[in-house]
Ligand binder design. Structure first.
Ligand code: NOJ
Length: 716
């Protein structure tokens, strides 16, 4: 008998339910707090895992209780939300998505794992893979943006990065792919609301990233809080057991979200904890996070005969196997190690700075306002986000402390030690306090250029942070308009650095400012990264992974729309659109400027006739006509113009990027295995249909900027 079976054979029901129960240490941040001291529960074997606990010593103490004082000595599973770094923060995931660089995505996850694993953590509740097309929803910041292919590549990179080549290694974390599935489509962008999407959208848009995470070996999956068409995901047997375990072959652990098994009662599908626990277990959920529903409810469910011991044993077996896979039986303290050498930290900070600079998306840059001249003598650094180190962390910060984060003001001071930097906050992020406006306007008169740092507070996105209004919060718009007016009168450039966990709806700002950088939340090195871009040490190369709306009424918004029978046409009244705002977004998916000037030409696509086993190769010539070295990213979209089911007018299939010096020319190659031109047919099964497919290549999802060619698909 295997050691796990032997252990299982020795366990009482209470100990089994303990293995299925995860408790929260200390103050919980994402739901009702569990105030109780877990010591006794750990000793009794009534808790099998803990979240929100980190720090080598603290974890060691808890682990000792489990290993040395509980009857069976089973180690605890320690989980934490390590989304984009632990002590060192990289840009928030939505910002990182804008790199379009799987290698970088993997590297930052690896570094996050190294730091968190040393701090006693074994499992991260990441990557978050919810495709989000509605900027009202605050949690878009935690994920890879609006596109399923980006989400898939992000999923693979992150799982590889967190888990390394072996999740049991002392510097690896187990990855929990979340939130399965469709959470990004909450009704009206309202947090925790119901989701009503069709099966096609679920399968084509929301599921692929989870399939990719599972194929890459993610050890766990977390179902979302939401209900899908009336069935709460925590009880969704068809999707958890049927799709995830059945069709995708996932044999890892399914861990509930925070308190979500108990919330089946609130959903209105369970009368009490007994029913809730039975529904979740039968659907395939192994670990109950914080609700206490398995411990309290499963004994009742057993008595009622609505669950059986085999299902409980199967769940315990999966949890024990996970602990084994994470190396916890071999060495329960493997994740509790002394602090690293300073050199490792320095290297990590360098990576954080590079990635943060590359995550910045330059939305506009009129008359080459940026980069600022290195000789800039007097600079105004204005706005509520200018000197706001804590905000740079974004809504999840794991163990990162404020004093380790670099504000824009500090970054610019370090980069321009001889310049005169004048700072004024102007107004607070939220609320009305115009007292500082006059001083800020006065500063404008004394400088050569103005860097205006505006945006959201870190906690205005993330969990439980949906917004119905997508403009700048508080009094910032009035303040920015006053600065723009004053600067205009003085003929001084205004460069806006916009921090936010979503694409804000600010056409008035991008139309009037001389340059706008979308800086999302860039993590520990934010200010240095912003300075690197402002001063031209790094040419901005971020490309927006989400479409920017020009009006909140356009959301949800994304590029991959189907044409409909009356496609948008400004010259035709009876076509899809609005009578009061244009149908086009403010900035298309993929948009992002740099300090180079790229010209694309000569798209060559082969083979002309594509069979299912072929790969389509597209080559395009790229020239940097600008005066600076810069990186360009080129996207390849397809449009299957005639199919049994209407297809989106653009579907992303590949991208590539290259850095070119001034005047340099190169050929960029993109590749799409024909397999990826399969789509879900009328019966929602994948089909490869013969016919013509358009291949469109260019800098973003704006059709007017794309080069196009056609291939013919043939089955034989
Ligand atoms: C609730 C969130 O939805 C989830 O993403 C997170 O992992 C858990 N809380 C634990 O913090």
């Amino acid at each position: 008998m295997s050691p796990i079976e032997t252990l299982l054979g020795q366990m009482t029901l209470a100990e089994k339910l303990g293995q299925l129960s995860m408790a929260a240490e200390g103050a919980a941040v994402t739901g009702p707090a569990s105030a109780a001291d877990p010591t006794e529960d750990i000793r009794r074997g009534a808790i099998g895992g803990m979240l929100n606990l980190y720090g080598a010593e603290r974890v060691r103490q808890r682990q000792q209780l489990a290993v040395e004082q509980s009857r069976l000595g089973i180690p605890l599973l320690i989980g934490l939300d390590v989304l984009h770094g632990h002590r060192t923060l990289f840009p928030v995931p939505l910002a990182e998505a804008c790199l379009f660089d799987p290698q970088a995505w993997e590297m930052t996850a690896r570094e996050a794992a190294r730091e968190a694993a040393r701090d006693g953590v074994a499992l991260t509740f990441a990557p978050m893979l919810d495709v989000s097309r509605d900027p009202r929803w605050g949690r878009g910041v935690e994920g890879p943006g609006e596109d399923p292919l980006v989400a898939m590549r992000f999923a693979r990179a992150k799982v590889r990065g967190f888990q390394g080549s072996d999740p049991a290694a002392a510097d690896s974390l187990g990855a929990v792919a979340k939130h399965f599935c469709g959470y990004g489509a909450v009704t009206a962008g309202r947090e925790y609301a119901s989701v009503d999407i069709c099966e096609r959208t679920l399968l084509e848009v929301h599921l692929p990233a989870f399939a990719a995470a599972v194929q890459t070996g993610a050890v766990a999956v977390m179902p979302a809080f939401i209900d899908l068409a009336g069935m709460p995901m925590t009880a969704h047997a068809a999707l958890l057991r049927g799709r995830l375990r059945g069709r995708l072959g996932f044999d890892g652990v399914i861990i509930s979200d925070y308190n979500s098994i108990a919330e089946l009662v609130q959903h209105g599908v369970a009368a009490d904890l007994g029913e809730a626990a039975a529904l979740a277990l039968r659907a395939g959920v192994d670990i109950d996070m914080v609700a206490g529903a398995y411990r309290q409810g499963l004994p009742t469910a057993l008595e009622r005969g609505v669950v059986d011991m085999e299902s409980i044993d199967a769940a315990v077996r999966r949890v024990l196997r996970l602990k084994e896979a994470l190396g916890l039986f071999a060495d329960p303290y493997r994740h509790c190690r002394p602090a690293e050498e300073a050199a490792a930290l320095t290297r990590r900070r360098q990576l954080a700075r590079q990635v943060a600079a590359r995550a910045i998306v330059m939305l506009t840059n009129r008359a080459d306002t940026l980069p600022l001249a290195p000789t800039t003598g007097r600079l105004a650094v204005l706005g509520p986000l200018a000197d706001a180190a804590a905000q740079m962390r974004g809504p999840w910060w794991s163990a990162a402390i404020e004093s380790d984060c670099v504000s824009v003001l500090a970054g610019l001071r370090a980069a321009l030690p001889h310049a005169q930097l004048l700072h004024a906050r102007g107004v607070p992020i939220e609320g009305a306090d115009p007292a500082g406006v006059a001083a800020a306007l006065e500063v404008c008169t004394q400088v050569d250029a103005i860097v205006l740092c505006l945006g959201e507070a870190a906690l205005m996105s993330g969990e439980a942070a949906s917004r119905a209004r997508l403009d700048l919060p508080g009094e910032q718009r009035g303040f920015a308009e006053a600065v723009l007016e004053r600067a205009g009168a003085l003929d001084k450039p205004v460069i806006v650095v916009l921090f936010a966990g979503r694409p804000l709806v600010v056409p008035w700002l991008t139309e009037r400012a001389d340059a706008v950088l979308a800086a999302w939340f860039l993590g520990s090195e934010a200010g240095n990264a912003v300075a690197d871009v402002l001063l031209g040490h790094t040419s901005p190369s971020g490309r927006t992974a989400v479409t920017w709306a020009r009006d909140a009424g356009q959301v949800p918004i994304h590029y991959a729309q189907r044409p409909g029978g009356r496609p948008a046409d400004p010259n035709n009244h009876y076509s899809s659109g609005y009578i009061d705002v244009p149908v086009q977004p403010l900035f298309a998916f993929g948009h992002g400027l740099g300090y180079g000037r790229f010209r694309l030409s000569d798209l060559r696509v082969s083979p002309a006739v594509v069979r299912p086993t072929d790969a389509i190769e597209a080559r395009v010539t790229l020239v940097n006509d600008g005066a600076r070295t810069a990186r360009e990213t080129v996207f390849l979209f397809t449009h299957d113009r005639l199919a049994s089911v209407a297809r989106p007018t653009l579907e992303l299939k590949d991208w590539a990027s290259i850095e070119l010096r001034p005047g340099e020319r190169a050929t960029l190659e993109l590749r799409v295995p024909a397999e990826e031109l399969r789509f879900l047919g009328v019966d929602l099964e994948p089909v490869f249909e013969p016919g013509e497919v358009e291949i469109l290549v260019g800098p973003c999802a704006d059709r007017t900027q794309l080069l196009s060619a056609c291939v013919r698909l043939a089955v034989a």
